[in-house]
Ligand binder design. Structure first.
Ligand SMILES: [Zn+2]
Length: 70
C-alpha cells in the first residue's frame, strides 16, 4: 500500500463527531487536540485547536498505521 492509498483508505473511514455524534467520513472531519473528531458544525465550538483532514493528512504517513494493514 502506498502512502497515497493509505491516506485515501483512512479518509474513507466512518467516525462519529464528538460534538453531535453524527457519523461522517474522516476526510470531512476536523481532528482536535483532545484526540476527538469534530464535524464542520461542531469544530468551532471546540475550545482547543482542530485541524481539517486536508491540513494534517498531507504530511502524515498513514501506511504506518497497523490498523490500515488488516
Ligand atoms: Zn458535529
Amino acid at each position: 500500500m502506498t502512502p497515497e492509498e493509505a491516506r485515501e483508505k483512512f479518509g474513507r473511514r466512518a467516525q462519529r463527531c464528538a460534538g453531535c455524534y453524527v457519523a461522517f467520513l474522516v476526510r470531512d472531519l476536523w481532528w482536535a487536540d483532545d484526540g476527538n473528531y469534530y464535524c464542520a458544525h461542531c469544530h468551532s465550538d471546540h475550545p482547543g485547536i482542530a485541524v481539517h483532514f486536508s491540513d494534517y493528512a498531507d504530511g502524515f504517513d498513514f501506511s504506518q498505521l497497523p490498523s490500515l494493514n488488516e
